[in-house]
Design a protein around this ligand. Structure first.
Ligand code: AMP
Length: 215
């Protein structure tokens, strides 16, 4: 099942990706996670990516396309995957299409998580992530039972460096200008499914899962 979760920063791609990856037993592949790991490891690639990430801008297409090409060739991606945060613009989507066409394994579904713009800021400023299992909480909307600790594994929760108001504003602008055009791109390919990304998290998971079941 070769899928993409599409949506603005804070629309719930990461949250849904973690749960759906377990449910469907396919990896969630997040370019944001891959880039953060490269920054943390201090690799050359991480150094090149860091300034764009700190500013809330896009990292160069060459870097992220290279990361995806490598990641999709790993064995656990052979049965499918959920892409989260990639593609982020039309050139990336075209590069992905040509990569997958060469393998004869085109994308099968793109799910757009639709969240009103006003709600995104609140979600992003309150977001906390478990450093051990990647579970995502929100101190305003879905706080953990014990402050700063993960309900599922007890790991420490942290706030992403780029979840500050200034960077968030830029990331949302980048989404509108560069990523939102992908909605039309995938509509034209007849593989776009739109899900309302607000309300109960489990209900959203069921709705996305129902789409995945048809793929
Ligand atoms: P995310 O975790 O998906 O919100 O990504 C965090 C940051 O990583 C973004 O603000 C970008 O700076 C960078 N990034 C992640 N995915 C991509 C991508 N597909 N293309 C360019 N930059 C990306």
């Amino acid at each position: 099942m070769r899928t993409v979760l599409l949506g603005a920063p804070g629309s719930g791609k990461g949250t849904q990706g973690v749960v759906l990856s377990k449910k469907f037993n396919i990896p969630q592949i997040s370019t944001g996670d891959l880039l953060r790991a490269a920054v943390k490891a201090g690799s050359e690639l991480g150094k090149q990516a860091k300034s764009a990430m700190d500013a809330g801008a896009l990292v160069s297409d060459d870097i992220v396309i290279g990361l995806i090409r490598e990641r999709l060739s790993e064995e656990d991606a052979l049965n499918g995957y959920i892409l989260d945060g990639f593609p982020r613009n039309i050139p990336q989507a075209e590069a992905l299409d040509s990569m997958l066409d060469q393998l004869g394994q085109p994308l099968q579904g793109v799910v757009l998580l639709n969240v009103p713009f006003e709600e995104l800021m609140q979600r992003l400023t309150g977001r906390r992530t478990c450093k051990d299992c990647g579970a995502i909480y929100n101190v305003h909307l879905s706080p953990p039972k014990k402050a700063d600790h993960c309900d599922s594994c007890g790991g420490d929760l942290f706030q992403r460096e780029d979840d500050n108001e200034e960077t968030i504003g830029n990331r949302l602008k980048v989404y509108e200008e560069q990523t939102a055009p992908l909605i039309g791109y995938y509509k034209n390919q007849h593989i776009l499914h739109t899900i309302q990304g607000t309300g109960d998290v489990d209900e959203i998971t069921s709705a996305v899962g129902a789409v995945f079941d048809t793929i």
